[in-house]
Design a protein around this ligand. Sequence first.
Ligand code: NDP
Length: 254
Amino acid sequence: MSNTLPAGWQARPGCLNDKILLVTGAGDGIGRACALAFAKLGATVVLLGRTQDKLEAVYDQIKRDGGKEPAMVPLNLAATTPVEYAQLADMLDTEFHRLDGIVHCAAVLGDITPMELYSAETWSQVMRVNLDAPVFLTQAMLPLLKASPSASVVFTSSSVGRKGRAFWGAYAVSKAGIESVTQVLADEMEHLGTLRFNAVNPGATRTTMRAKAYPAENPLTLKTPDEIVPLFTWLVSDDSRAVNGQSLDAQPKP
Ligand code: NDP
């Protein structure tokens, strides 16, 4: 299997019509682009993010585009407790009775600095947002995901999660953890035949995080979030039903 979007694949209008999809980091960057694209294709989107104003702007845009009424969940993933994840699951159960997918986009960069100097406080914060939150949010959602006839969870990885790189510290380690979490969950749930887990490395993409990591780079040389969203769309659609436990690239090297 190729580890990217199948050549020529395009989303059919309405292909996500019956889907309830939770997107984290939905207020900005790649998560925002995913939320808007999924809603345009008919999904009901649950927008989870840290900043209420940003979520409201995405909510308004979805309504302007004629999408289904989204749900908004302002949550700071650096501080969310298992009890709060369980409360969110209860809320979604009451509202929707199932979940057909999660796209985990929320993440922080932390410091770009040698391991020797890495601050313990920043390390913990990066691990909480980038690794613990996707794990425990997914764990809390498992009953709802199992209630779906066809559910897909997409984690967001990075090239430094596949091969560690000097100075990328906690971010690299958190993304290596995400690759592993994807494989463990995919293996554990494969027997169900209705729930799958994959990881995507977006590649260099024009967002706030990328600008923070590479301040001297010309952002106009980078793909926009909208340009890389089709891989995420394919993964949450039923067209990728056979794909489980894979690590995919939105911008594969030629
Ligand atoms: P952005 O910084 O543009 O967006 C990150 C999102 O995560 C924001 O919406 C932010 O909310 C949210 N977020 C951050 N911290 C928290 C928190 N504590 N609680 C809730 N939400 C939070 O990043 P990208 O869109 O670039 O990144 C998306 C994913 O892609 C990430 O997992 C990233 O690691 C990965 N990635 C990105 C690459 C790139 O080149 N852009 C390359 C490789 C991987 P708010 O805006 O409110 O702070």
